[in-house]
Design a protein around this ligand. Structure first.
Ligand SMILES: [Zn+2]
Length: 328
């Protein structure tokens, strides 16, 4: 999707090909692309942390465009575009408060582009306190029985929610991997304090002389690495933290802590937005759009929507050019 600026430049909505600047809803790699970025400051800082890519943050000052919280991770936003016809692009979002993010606001619109990663009835997520209690009980039991604990979690967003739980429910200061530490520093900068020790520091080495909790990127926990961790740290219990645990079985303990909306949250957003046209993006877009159609909504997947546009530039759907001032 693209919006054309009044100076002729194209703003890609998470599309960089052919765009002069790109709106990025949040700092996960499947959304981040382009060099001239229009996003929240938090998103830009997270994208820049540990990256050697040269990027610049572009400001867009225009009353037709407004960003709203999306409740997904630090700095995640939704974009609303109004010009007679109101369009909302939610990016990844959830309607539940997290420990380090506030829930998304439901925005009324004519055309809604919504995150359907978990747009399947099997995915509905408990409140964060319930998952936190489960993580806390499991962690303390492992530590009390002489096990070290290694958690695999996405480095941006999920790891920080987990560290908050370990700090505040289990009174544990975990050791964290370098990639996670880089993102935690951005959370610090924006006022979210997380107690942790970076692996390799004196404090981490001291902490690891006793029983410890170590948080590593999600993909670090696999059959091969587990053997290495066990050789290195002896008695180790592994756990994963991911919304997919709501449906799929993992070899290790897994907790369904999700940063996305579940099925009924998506439905609630669709209903309360009063949108006349719904475009389902990501994950279970096909399942969600079929369900919505069966309930009488004008819904389609992003692929169907793109195919219906000729040419595939959003500007062709609106009558007037977007009036906006761009300041770099
Ligand atoms: Zn995301």
């Amino acid at each position: 999707m693209y919006l054309t600026l009044n100076d002729g430049r194209k703003l890609g909505i998470e599309v960089s090909k052919g765009a002069d600047l790109v709106y990025i809803s949040h700092a996960h790699s499947d959304h981040a692309r382009g060099r001239n970025i229009f996003s929240s400051h938090e998103t830009f800082d997270l994208l820049s942390a540990g990256s050697e890519k040269q990027t610049s943050l572009v400001r867009v000052n225009d009353e037709n465009i407004k960003l709203f919280p999306a409740g997904h991770i630090l700095g995640s936003t939704q974009l609303r575009f109004t010009n007679g016809h109101t369009v909302v692009y939610t990016g990844d979002m959830k309607l539940r408060d997290g420990f380090t993010t506030e829930k998304a606001e439901i925005i009324e619109c004519d055309e809604l582009h919504i995150d359907c990663t978990f747009g399947h009835p099997d995915f509905n997520f408990p409140e964060k306190e319930e998952i936190a209690d489960r993580i806390d009980r499991w962690t303390r039991t492992r530590l009390m029985t002489g096990q070290n604990v290694i958690f695999g979690a996405y480095s941006t967003g999920k790891a920080q929610e987990l560290i908050h739980i370990l700090n505040n429910y289990s009174d544990v200061t975990p050791v964290v991997d370098h990639a996670i530490e880089q993102k935690c520093k951005v959370y610090d900068k924006h006022g979210i304090k997380l107690k942790r020790f970076e692996i390799g520091t004196y404090e981490a080495t001291e902490a690891m002389k006793g029983k410890f909790v170590y948080v590593v990127p999600f993909h670090f926990v696999n059959q091969q690495s587990e053997k290495w961790f066990e050789a290195q740290y002896k008695r180790v219990s592994f756990a994963l933290v991911t919304g997919w645990a709501n449906r799929y079985k993992y070899r290790n303990q897994a907790f369904p802590l999700s940063d996305h909306a579940g099925f009924y949250e998506i439905l609630k957003y669709v209903e309360e937005s009063k949108a006349k046209e719904i475009v389902c993006h990501y994950g279970h877009a096909g399942v969600m759009s079929s369900f919505l159609k069966s309930k009488g909504y004008n819904a389609k997947t992003d692929k169907e929507w793109e195919a219906s546009l000729t040419p595939a530039v959003y500007q062709t759907k609106i009558n007037e050019p977007v009036q906006m001032t761009v300041r770099v």
